[in-house]
Ligand binder design. Structure first.
Ligand SMILES: [Zn+2]
Length: 270
């Protein structure tokens, strides 16, 4: 698929899960991202939309709003710790099923990490096993993360190793990439080249999480902020969005008002 031109780039936001369609409409956004339940625990997904999953799917289709589901932060399918990896795989499948039920265009999951003393090789292989074990019903988008010494998807070389490992797994063609600008910057990846660098590895960027960063380059900190309020060069932020040519989710602070300001800021520059 050819990259979209800037004027047709869909831009939306991460929103509250109670009524994602209403949240999209409040922002005049063609897409939104949300959690299904509490992102910090291992309880299965919850659909808080009043009518349930099927009603949410129907309402989103009627409104022309694309839905993206962000998997819980606690999921870490890479870890060598069985007590985390096994429930993580289960939770990933549960969210995959629920994402499919609401008609989501993608399920976003963080790359995870292995423990400090672990051989990262184990983490790459655990990713392969996770892809093999998951019944992938909607595109699974692996997101780069900002911090950690033994992260799977902070540095480009590690992302490359994850991709090498999963490329032979059944279901791989349904695996994509979500590029987070705050995480790339804080993780120490040059935004000047990150789109090309990632594409060289993955062949695709399916979604951009566009966020400014409260922290410096390579700080390892994951604190998002509104555009122009952080440490990322505005032109670079816009260039990443433009070059990626993928739908954009702003995971920036605030409600409709702040997000509309962020969308306008971005549209002015891409
Ligand atoms: Zn993100």
């Amino acid at each position: 698929m050819a990259p979209r031109t800037p004027t047709t780039l869909p831009i939306g936001a991460h929103v509250d899960q109670t009524d994602p369609v209403a949240e999209a409409q409040a922002r005049q956004a063609p897409l939104v991202q949300f959690f299904l339940g509490d992102p910090q625990d291992y309880k299965g997904p919850q659909v808080r939309y009043a009518g349930g999953a099927a009603a949410l799917k129907e309402a989103a289709e009627a409104a022309g709003v694309d839905l993206y589901v962000h998997a819980p932060y606690v999921i870490n399918v890479a870890t060598t710790n069985n007590r985390i990896r096994i429930p993580s795989r289960k939770l990933l499948q549960q969210h995959m099923d629920a994402a499919a039920e609401v008609g989501a265009k993608g399920l976003i999951v963080h790359g995870g990490h292995v423990n400090k003393a672990d051989d990262p090789e184990k983490g790459f292989d655990n990713w392969r096993k996770a892809i093999e074990a998951t019944d992938i019903k909607v595109p699974l988008l692996i997101e780069n993360t900002a911090g950690g010494d033994n992260a799977m998807a902070r540095h480009l070389d590690r992302i490359g190793r994850v991709w090498d490992a999963i490329s032979t797994a059944e279901g791989f063609e349904q695996v994509g990439f979500c590029l987070d600008t705050c995480h790339a910057h804080a993780g120490g990846n040059a935004l000047e080249t990150v789109v090309d660098d990632v594409r060289r590895i993955t062949g695709r960027i399916d979604l951009v999480h566009c966020n400014d960063s409260r922290d410096d380059f390579d700080s390892g900190a994951d604190r998002h902020t509104n555009f122009g309020a952080g440490r990322i060069d505005p032109d670079l932020l816009a260039a990443v969005v433009r070059d990626a040519g993928a739908p954009v989710v702003c995971e920036t602070p605030g409600g409709p008002e702040e997000h509309l300001a962020d969308f306008a800021w971005l549209r002015e520059r891409v």
